[in-house]
Write a protein that binds this ligand. Structure first.
Ligand code: 2HA
Ligand code: ZN
Length: 273
């Protein structure tokens, strides 16, 4: 069967990277069953032939009007599809979609009529924001990282910057690679517009957003970058839990240690440590 990837090595490389990352998500235990979603803006690879491709399924509403997405193209994981299957067969477990001229609906153009991710409103609202602000970021990743979700069940971590402060203090790299910290979105029903709106607000000022009792959302230059952001924060959460399992609250790096890293690495000081 022919594929939109045939004869397009640039696009094929992006999809290969998505497949690589979804394998990691499964191996890490972050992607049970159909858990998690991905979108990648692939508009830069679109040629006249792709522009002329007809829709292969009826157009569907996004649930939001997203003006910066007009005529843009995305690869999106399919709803109900498994990350571990996507790792082997990305074009059977995801699809290329085109945003229609009304900026409120989309159509699937390749390879197969695989309906995109149930969290499409959140992902596309983020993509709209990235284009609006001229960002170089192209990818969005929603996943279920065990330790971060576990921490979101503990009320004290949901208040203000407490979670960011604790994660930063576990290992110096966390601060260096996630200098904006983790934003918290209170529990909303999965796939809802409320969840999408709250996520968008938090991503404006954080590296990664944590959905209470559910998972994370990260944006990145590509899907590997979005994965790394999430992984760095989840590693810190894992260290916190290991220390707790040894019987005590970890000391954590001191406020002075953290300030020194912010100074030496010239990191933005957007929130207290
Ligand atoms: O796609 O993770 O939040 C499955 C989910 C929804
Ligand atoms: Zn989820």
């Amino acid at each position: 069967m022919s594929s939109i990837l045939d004869g397009r090595p640039g696009l094929a490389a992006v999809i290969d990277q998505v497949a690589e990352v979804t394998g990691y998500l499964w191996q890490k235990g972050w992607a049970e069953r159909n858990g998690g979603n991905i979108t990648v803006n692939i508009t830069e690879f679109v040629d006249d032939e792709i522009k002329a491709m007809p829709a292969i399924a009826p157009a569907k509403q996004i649930g939001k009007v997203l003006p910066y997405l007009k005529g843009k193209y995305f690869y999106a994981k399919g709803t109900g599809k498994r990350m571990r299957d996507l790792a082997r067969w990305p074009m059977q477990n995801g699809a290329v979609i085109r945003i229609c001229d009304d900026c409120a609906s989309y159509e699937i153009i390749a390879d197969e009529p695989v309906m995109p991710t149930s969290e499409l409103p959140s992902h596309l609202a983020l993509q709209n924001y990235l284009l609006e602000t001229g960002s170089t970021y192209k990818a969005t990743l929603h996943t279920h990282p065990i330790e971060l979700v576990a921490m979101s069940h503990i009320r004290r971590f949901l208040k203000g910057d407490e979670m960011t402060r604790v994660l930063w203090s576990m290992i110096p790299e966390t601060l260096a690679f996630a200098p904006l910290g983790i934003g918290i979105v209170p529990y909303y029903i999965p796939g809802s517009i409320e969840l999408a709106d709250a996520t968008l607000e938090q991503i404006k000022t954080h590296d990664v957003v944590l959905w209470e009792k559910h998972g994370t959302v990260a944006v990145g230059t590509d899907i590997m970058d979005a994965f790394d952001q999430t992984d760095v924060l989840c590693k810190a959460a894992n260290i916190y839990m290991c220390a707790r399992n040894m019987g005590s609250e970890p000391d954590g790096m001191t406020e002075a240690d953290i300030k020194e890293i912010q100074d030496v690495f010239k990191l933005p000081k957007v929130r207290p440590c």
